[in-house]
Every structure is written in C-alpha cells, then in structure tokens.
Design a protein around this ligand. Structure first.
Ligand code: TRP
Length: 337
C-alpha cells in the first residue's frame, strides 16, 4: 500500500495595490512554481487589504485580475496551487472580526507598517489600516499553514499572528496551528534602476527606475539605458555593491536572468564599457519577460478561464476555511446556525 505523505501547507497573500515588477518576479514569484511539488500552496489576492488605502474601483478590479493572470503566466499552475481572491472567501472577514477581539490595541499600535502608512496617508488613517494585522492573522490561521512566505516588511505581522494564535489557543485549546514566517533566501534583491540603494518597489510611483512585468521591450530597453551605473572613473563591470551599487544591481539582474555567475559576467564584459553591458542586461530581461507578458495578455483575454481559476480556487479555500471557522465559532460560544 502506498503511504500518503501529507505535504506541509504554505500560504501567502499578495496585495493588488500596484503592478508587478521585475523585482517581484526575480525576488519571489520565479521560485514559486517549483514550490508546489513540495508544499500544498495557497495564494490569494488580498483585495480586502488593498482598500485600507483609497483605491480607484476600476483599477482595483483590473489589477486583481491582472495579477492573477500574471502569476499564472509566471508559472504558478492553478492545478497545483490554490489561487483565489480574498473577498470571495467570506471566512476571512468573519474570522478577522473575531481575531480583532483577541488583538490588543497596544500590539496593533506598535506595527511599523501602521505607523509608516499613517504618516503617508495622514488624511485617511482609518480603522481598517489599524486592524489590518487581525485580518492578516485570519488569512493565515484559517488554513492552518506551517509556513508563511513573506518579505522582511511583513515579518512583524506574522509575529503578531503568532501572538494571537498563542493567546487564542491558550484560552480554547489547540484550535490553530502555530505558523512560522518564512523569508526565502533564494531570489535576487533587485534595486531601483535610478536609485540603486533602494529596493525596486511596486508602490514606488516614480516609475522610470522600476521595470514592470508588463512593460514592452522598448520600455525595458529605455529604462536600462538610463540605469545608474557608478560615478567612479573605473567604468568597468565589477561586482562591488558598496562602491558600485548600480553596477552590482545590473549584474545581479543579469545573473538571475542568464544563470551566469558574477565571475563569468566580469569576464564576459572585461574591457567593454557600460555601453555594451547595459543593452546586454536589457536584452536578457526582454528575453525573460516577453513570454510572460504575452502569456499574461493571452490569459487576461480568456475571461472564462480566469473565472474558472478563481472560482475553483475560492471553493477549495472556502472548504478549508469553513472548517476552521466553524471550530472557532463553537469554541467561543456562538450558537450553531
Ligand atoms: N500584508 C501583506 C502585504 O502587504 C499581504 C498579505 C495579506 C499577506 N494577508 C496575508 C501575506 C497573509 C501573507 C499572509 O504584502
């Protein structure tokens, strides 16, 4: 008899508040495709989180679907992963409310992201922005995941989720599984092409230092042409992130796109200037992103397919989430409907 090995569960949310970038791809998404072999993966578009800052409704709708299409185009197979839209699974809002009653005002006040975002949106410091981590805790705890892959900036929210989990389990017994944050080591850290000392970020609306997954080849070439290299007089392709952050960033992009090592890249461009190097990086990126862009565009046009993906995903997610929520309701003393 074959033994069924249950895979570990992994879950992550993606806020559809900006367009995906080369940084999101090389830093994260690229490594997700093969993860499905090892883990039972859930990924959702966190549209309910996105509205904690004001969104244009048409843009939010388009971006949510576009991101889903882009993830699939990047290799996230909907047959092997559960892909869904957060607002399609009402258990998130329901458990989010419950967990609000187990998250402390002081804890929530200490969240760096809340402080940053309040400073940036001084005219819209709403309750949702403040209680965002309780909803995120609900997102996570509903699926009893082992691991939660997040960027460094979200680690504090996962820590808070762990505190809520422990507090809740302490009162009611083992209801939730204790999740671990998982900060993947693989993947390149891509920096802004114009300000190579800061991360290439999707929320950066400066634009021209950011390469988007959906940029045309011309856009990509133009952006790399303008990329900052360095101000020293050496003018050679050498990996030194301290003194040559711009060149180091281009090298790490080139390395990720071609699979070459820094030594190989230095040898390849030995004696050649940035005028040769920059277009070569641009070409490698165009070659890498073009098929993804075309596939995403094809999927976006296939509304029926996209719909079947997110409907199936929501059904699968709801089945698991519903089980956890029923258990929670029972434990806290809600009358069964
Ligand atoms: N807060 C995350 C971000 O801004 C997105 C997110 C929402 C998330 N819910 C989650 C990530 C649950 C991991 C698990 O990027």
């Amino acid at each position: 008899m074959e033994t069924e090995v249950t895979k570990k569960v992994m879950l992550s949310g993606i806020k559809p508040s900006g367009d995906l970038t080369l940084g999101s791809y090389l830093g994260a998404i690229k490594n997700w495709a093969e993860r499905a072999e090892q883990f039972d993966c859930y990924y959702f578009m966190a549209d309910m989180h996105a509205i904690t800052v004001r969104q244009n409704p048409a843009d939010l709708r388009r971006r949510t679907l576009e991101q889903l299409a882009q993830y699939i185009a990047c290799g996230l197979d909907p047959e092997k992963n559960t892909l869904f839209i957060q607002s399609h699974v009402p258990e998130h809002a329901e458990l989010g409310w419950v967990l609000n009653c187990y998250a402390m005002f002081g804890e929530l006040s200490r969240m760096t992201q809340f402080k940053d975002k309040s400073a940036k949106n001084a005219d819209n410091i709403n309750g949702g922005l403040f209680t965002y981590p309780s909803l995120m805790a609900a997102d996570i705890l509903l699926y009893q995941p082992d691991l939660v892959p997040v960027g460094e900036d979200q680690k504090q929210h996962v820590e808070l989720t762990r505190n809520i989990c422990q507090r809740f389990n302490g009162i009611y017994g083992d209801v939730f599984k204790m999740p671990e944050p998982y900060i993947p080591k693989v993947g390149a850290r891509v920096m802004d092409l114009l300000t190579p000392t800061s991360k290439m970020s999707k929320s950066d609306d400066a634009g021209s230092g950011v390469v988007y997954l959906m940029d045309s080849p011309d856009d990509i070439r133009r952006k790399f042409k303008r990329a900052v290299t360095d101000s020293d007089t050496e003018r050679c392709v050498r990996y030194d992130p301290e003194t040559k952050p711009g060149v180091a960033n281009l090298m790490s992009i080139y390395a990720a796109a071609t699979g070459r090592s820094y030594d190989e890249i230095e040898a390849e461009f030995d004696g050649k200037g940035y005028g040769v190097f920059k277009p070569a990086v641009a070409d490698a990126v165009v070659d890498m992103l073009c098929p993804i862009r075309e596939e995403a565009q094809r999927i976006m046009k296939d509304k029926a397919y996209l719909e079947s993906v997110y409907k199936t995903g929501a059904q699968k997610a709801s089945y698991i989430a519903g089980k956890t929520l029923r258990k929670v309701y029972k434990k806290i003393g809600f009358v069964a409907p």
